[in-house]
Design a protein around this ligand. Structure first.
Ligand code: GAP
Length: 488
């Protein structure tokens, strides 16, 4: 029977997940205990890829822009931070439990999934009406209405098959813990659900000590934690993840101009990294959060459809103003050009490092089938490939390993290099294809005579003979971040 589009997409995601595990990119966390839902560990090649993506983002922000500097704020923050930011009161998802299976679901996701099912069955009008009702009820914060919608539509629990639902309740996504050694003295603090607040509370520290003038930005990479209930689609939605956020502080009134500019700059960054334009799209938010006056997502077409990778938000002066109110400390900037004090407005660019990793993996995963052979390889941009080159003596004798190791010495200080002398050269090429190494350098008997080697290129499998003295320059040229920067 022919596969439906959905089945094919799921099969592709499954292939990517098993490839990621088998070839050292991503494993389920604490797998020997059967894992922990929505938490993952990065393996030998995964950590290299993720570090390269983070470094590329960091250097784009801090090196290409003379007016952006970085910080590294702590994960724990004073609990009032989260009151001021609005997270304590409104960082919630509407949850519903099935009384028979005892399983908990996000109420909105149950309805959305049912609507998607109706759409797949060709009942598009019914699906549209359902999502419109949901939007209306959520907007009005009518949780009883959301429950009625679920029950009246006959949406059943996928486990028990019943519609025996509890009320819908709001569930805060922040993880909390205690600080203090004695129970009575202990106070509740939160694991940060976004890195942005670490930037806001340090706004004046950074502005003064780095002598920044508006407009300027502060960038940060760090862990964030959310008690996500719908935890699916591999590393797309995790409970512990990393964010790369940049808050750009601007003069009030100029924010929408800057918003437009950052939306374009960030889209160009994704294109420069080799993501095809047809796999990316902008999605403007129709319903804006109370603190925003414009917001959009950059979406990527994952095997499970177009989904958000990065958010660009014009956050007005909401956060700084709120911190000023709660802390009773002025969060103002004196602008010498216009001789005025004001609370700057903020444009935020926020991308999940793990989501970018998944995009990169999906985009790189290539299966080629011809009549003679089939080949799977990861077509990473050389600048972010986990391993830049593999040095492979074609035999283990005749002094070839020694010669190959001389080449490793020549390259290892500047590039992540692998040396391998076991198995046939064909098998070793295949293994490097599977982890996305752009260059395989074969050392053979001719190398001993004339100091030349063969470079085998991952994407074309073409080979060229070059002198050892050219290797460093060729690899540097292909893997330099400059290759990406120049296209932004
Ligand atoms: N400071 C703004 C903010 O946190 P967000 O849209 O909630 O906005 C920004 O998150 C980005 O963080 C998302 O576009 C996504 O890439 C990433 N992200 C959010 N929740 C995530 C999760 N549970 N797992 C992985 N990445 C996540």
């Amino acid at each position: 029977m022919a596969k439906t589009a959905n089945q094919a997409e799921n099969a592709q995601l499954k292939d990517i997940i098993s490839h990621a595990k088998e070839y050292g990119f991503v494993y389920p966390s604490s797998e020997i205990y059967d894992g922990l839902q929505a938490v993952y560990d990065y393996g030998a090649y995964g950590v290299e890829l993720k570090n390269n993506l983070k470094r590329l983002w960091w250097e784009t922000m801090t090196r290409l822009h003379g007016n952006i500097v970085g910080i590294d704020a702590a994960i724990f923050m004073h609990p009032t931070t989260w009151k001021a930011s609005g997270h304590v009161d409104s960082f919630n998802d509407p949850m519903i439990d099935n009384k028979d299976s005892k399983k908990r679901y996000r109420a909105d996701v149950l309805v959305e999934e049912h609507a998607a099912k109706l759409e797949n069955e060709g009942k598009e009008d019914e699906a549209k009406a359902l999502t419109a009702s949901l939007a209306r009820l959520l907007e009005a914060e009518d949780l009883a209405g959301v429950r009625d919608l679920i029950v009246n539509t006959g949406i059943a629990c996928p486990i028990s098959g019943t519609t025996n639902w509890t009320d819908v309740r709001q569930f805060n996504l922040m993880f909390s813990t205690q600080v203090g050694s004695v129970a009575e003295d202990a106070s509740t603090i939160y694991l940060r659900p976004e890195t942005a607040q670490g930037i806001f509370v340090n706004f004046l520290n950074v502005q003064k000590t780095a002598r920044m003038k508006v407009p300027f930005g502060i960038a940060q990479i760090g862990k964030a934690f959310r008690n996500e209930i719908v935890a699916r689609q591999f590393i797309f939605r995790m409970r512990e993840f990393e964010q790369m956020e940049m808050q750009f502080f601007v003069r009030p009134g100029s924010e929408l101009e800057w918003y437009k500019q950052w939306a374009e700059t960030r889209m160009n960054w994704h294109l420069a990294l080799g993501t095809p334009a047809e796999k990316l799209r902008k999605h403007d938010h129709e319903k804006l959060a109370h603190y925003a006056n414009a917001a959009m997502d950059i979406e990527y077409e994952f095997p499970f459809g177009f989904k958000e990778v990065e958010g660009i938000h014009s956050r007005t002066d909401f956060d700084l103003k709120s911190h000023q109110e709660f802390s009773k400390k002025k969060q103002q900037y004196f602008d010498p050009e216009i001789n005025q004090n004001y609370i700057p407005y903020v444009i935020e660019t926020s991308i999940g490092a793990d989501r970018l990793f998944l995009l990169t993996l999906c985009n790189a995963f290539t299966e080629e089938k011809t009549e003679e052979k089939s080949r799977t390889y990861l077509k990473f941009h050389p600048a972010i490939a986990p391993v830049k080159a593999a040095i492979l003596p074609i035999t283990k004798k005749d002094g070839l390993p020694e010669k190959a190791k001389e080449i490793v010495e020549l390259l290892k200080y500047d590039f992540n290099i692998i040396y391998e002398d076991a198995a046939s050269i064909g098998k070793r090429y295949t293994r490097q294809d599977l982890i996305g190494t752009p260059f395989c350098i074969a050392v053979d008997h001719q190398t001993l005579e004339d100091n030349t080697v063969t470079i085998r290129h991952r994407d074309t499998t073409e080979q060229e003979r070059v002198s050892i003295s050219e290797l460093h320059g060729k690899i540097a040229e292909a893997t330099s971040f400059r290759r990406v920067f120049e296209k932004i």
